[in-house]
Structure formats: structure tokens, C-alpha cells
Ligand binder design. Structure first.
Ligand SMILES: NC(=O)c1ccc[n+]([C@@H]2O[C@H](COP(=O)([O-])OP(=O)(O)OC[C@H]3O[C@@H](n4cnc5c(N)ncnc54)[C@H](O)[C@@H]3O)[C@@H](O)[C@H]2O)c1
Length: 331
């Protein structure tokens, strides 16, 4: 019998859509409610899940107090993925990003407190640690390290997670926070680097590489992050932050060449473009604390990248229209 509800906010987005599938496949004992306002997420990522008896989609915003009060129930587990997740949007429109990632989170926390939810999981990011040095090489960030947000997106995510922890400390709401590294895998929107490059090459276009490509990111396959999030939800200690890193530090230059190699293209397919303002040089996570809960990333980076390329090859009907709409908006 299903008696426990998991409310996933932002489940029509990239990680949320993967998390919903992870839960429905591995934990059918839960009733899953996906609340998304489709501001950046798309219904096509989750439509095939409708019809499953233990899944429900609700089109609402975490910023709407009345809607959240109606949809969240006592004893729910709430996992908040909902966010304006684009660094570039946070540079062109920081207000929009703060409305979602800070005010929206505060609204959700207030409802969670009022309703008496069982656990509130706030999905945060490694970007809150700010930029690490490459030479000399800083050690990967631990949960105890100083935070140094360096762009409005990262500052908004830091504010969101700190608000959640403040609700734990002040009101006794049961809160855990995850900070993951860069995710990749199916259902990632074609404006993010891996799907952008893969789909550009599929369309015979070049791949736009920021600056010299020296920036380093730690990549985690999205399924590993989903497993980590659920491990922290089930076993994490209230009031704690857990890094979820993939252990795959790769420069954008090397990533680009890996994708080109996998798809049979060469250096001539790269178009070097002006670097992003305030582009952080390197992120890397030390993940011992989450591993103490029994989690570790399982996927090998190169094979997961290869299967991601295959997924985009097989799913043009999902990304083609999204990319066309984006091209139309920016032309
Ligand atoms: N993608 C990554 O590599 C990465 C890394 C670390 C952390 N994160 C965090 O993980 C979470 C999910 O990231 P993602 O890449 O899936 O982002 P995404 O943009 O693909 O998904 C975000 C989802 O939230 C929804 N949303 C936005 N505002 C909302 C609101 N007010 N009410 C309801 N829904 C709303 C969007 O419609 C979208 O479906 C975010 O909180 C992000 O900050 C992402």
C-alpha cells in the first residue's frame, strides 16, 4: 500500500525528470507528485509518466502560497529542484533568478513549516564554493569550506540553501541540502554545454567554446546524482549539507575534444567565442560525507558520455523543437 508522498518541485526540468524516473522505477512504494510551472522545464520530458498510478503532475509555481498550501500535505517529503538554473539568465536578468531561487524557496519553506512536512531537501550546487585554482591546484571543496558565490545564479542558490538551513535552526523544519557538481545525461536542455555541442554537431553546426576552454568542471552522470539525492533524503542527518561529486574533473577543452572524437569530428568544428563574464575557473567536490551514507557514483565518465550522445541521437523528437524555439528567440 502506498502511504508516503514525495513532492518533487521542478520535476519537469533536467535533473527532476531523471529523478522522477529513478523513483518510479526503484521506489514504487511512494506516491510521487511533480509540481512545476514549466518556466524552463517542458511537459514532454515527463508526459510519458502520466498514467502511472503513483504519479501526478501539477502545473503550479513554488512562489504561489495558496497553490502550495493546497498541494503540500502533512508528512510529505519535499525535494526542491525548482530553480531558474541558467547562469547566463542570472547575468541578463538577475531579478527573475532571485524571485525563483530565493523568494520561491522561502515560500515553499514557509508552507512546509506550516504543513509539518517530514523532510525538506534543498537541491543546491557546487557553484556556491566559488572558483578553485588550477595552478597551484586547490584541493576539492569540502562541506566545511568557505562559500564564495561569484555570479548571481550561485548567490541565489546559496541564499536558497541558507534559508532552508535557517528554517531548520529556527523552526525545527527537518532540512538537508545537497550540493552537486555539473550533471549530464538524458533530458538536459539543448542550451547546456554537452547537449548543445552534441546537437550542434548532429545538425552540421560548429560548437561554441568559451574563451580558451581552460575552465574545469567536475561532471556527474545524472543517475548517480539522483541516487545520491535519494540516499541523502533517506539517510542524511537533519541540518547537514552533502556534496555529490562525480570525481570527473575535465576542462571544457578536453570535454569538447571528447565529444568531437565520439562523433567523428575534428578541431575545425570548434568556434572559439568570447568568455562568459565572471566565468569561474574550476569547481571540484570532495564527497566523503555522502559516501559515509553508503552512496558513490557508479558511472564511468567516458561510457556515460557515450550513452548520452546516443540518447540525443535517438531522441531528436524531444530536443529538435526545443532547439528550434531557442534559435527563433535568439535570432
Ligand atoms: N544541472 C546541473 O548541472 C546542476 C548542478 C548542481 C545543481 N543543480 C540544481 O539542480 C536543480 C535542477 O537543475 P536542472 O538542471 O534540472 O534545471 P532545469 O532548469 O532543467 O529545471 C528546473 C525546473 O524548475 C522549474 N521551475 C523553475 N521555477 C519554478 C517555480 N517557481 N515553480 C515551479 N517550478 C519551477 C522549471 O520549469 C524546470 O522544470 C536546480 O535547483 C539547480 O540549481 C543543477
Amino acid at each position: 500500500m502506498i502511504d508516503q508522498r514525495v513532492v518533487v518541485t521542478g520535476g519537469a526540468g533536467f535533473i527532476g525528470a531523471n529523478f522522477l524516473r529513478f523513483m518510479l522505477e526503484n521506489h514504487p512504494e511512494y506516491q510521487i507528485v511533480n509540481i512545476d510551472n514549466l518556466s524552463s522545464g517542458v511537459h514532454t520530458s515527463v508526459r510519458e509518466l502520466e498514467g502511472k498510478p503513483n504519479y501526478k503532475f501539477v502545473h503550479d509555481s513554488i512562489s504561489d502560497p495558496l497553490a502550495m498550501t493546497r498541494k503540500i500535505e502533512e508528512g510529505d517529503i519535499v525535494i526542491n529542484f525548482a530553480a531558474e538554473s541558467h547562469v547566463d539568465t542570472s547575468i541578463t536578468n538577475p531579478t527573475k533568478v532571485f524571485m525563483n531561487n530565493v523568494s520561491g524557496v522561502q515560500n515553499l519553506l514557509e508552507v512546509a513549516k506550516m504543513k509539518g512536512v517530514k523532510r525538506f531537501v534543498q537541491i543546491s550546487t557546487d557553484e556556491v564554493y566559488g572558483s578553485l585554482s588550477i595552478s597551484p591546484r586547490d584541493p576539492p571543496s569540502t562541506e566545511e569550506d568557505k562559500v564564495r558565490s561569484r555570479n548571481p545564479y550561485s548567490a541565489s542558490k546559496l541564499a536558497g540553501e541558507q534559508l532552508a538551513l535557517a528554517y531548520q535552526n529556527t523552526f525545527g523544519l527537518d532540512v538537508v541540502v545537497t550540493r552537486s557538481s555539473n550533471n549530464f545525461g538524458p533530458f538536459q536542455f539543448p542550451e547546456k554545454v554537452i547537449p548543445l555541442f552534441v546537437t550542434n554537431l548532429m545538425q552540421g553546426r560548429k560548437v561554441p567554446l568559451y574563451g580558451t576552454g581552460e575552465n574545469v568542471r567536475d561532471w556527474i552522470y545524472v543517475e548517480d546524482n539522483c541516487e545520491g539525492i535519494w540516499t541523502v533524503t533517506e539517510k542524511g542527518k537533519a541540518g547537514e549539507i552533502y556534496n555529490l561529486g562525480g570525481g570527473n574533473e575535465v576542462s571544457n577543452f578536453d570535454l569538447t575534444h571528447k565529444i568531437l572524437g565520439l562523433m567523428g569530428y575534428g578541431e575545425e568544428s570548434i568556434e572559439y567565442v568570447e568568455d562568459r563574464q565572471g566565468h569561474d575557473l574550476r569547481y571540484a567536490l570532495e564527497g566523503r560525507k555522502a559516501m559515509m551514507l553508503g552512496w558513490r557514483p557508479k558511472h564511468d565518465f567516458s561510457s556515460a558520455l557515450e550513452s548520452t550522445v546516443e540518447w540525443y541521437n535517438d531522441n531528436e523528437q524531444w530536443w529538435g523543437k526545443l532547439k528550434e524555439d531557442k534559435d527563433r528567440r535568439t535570432s
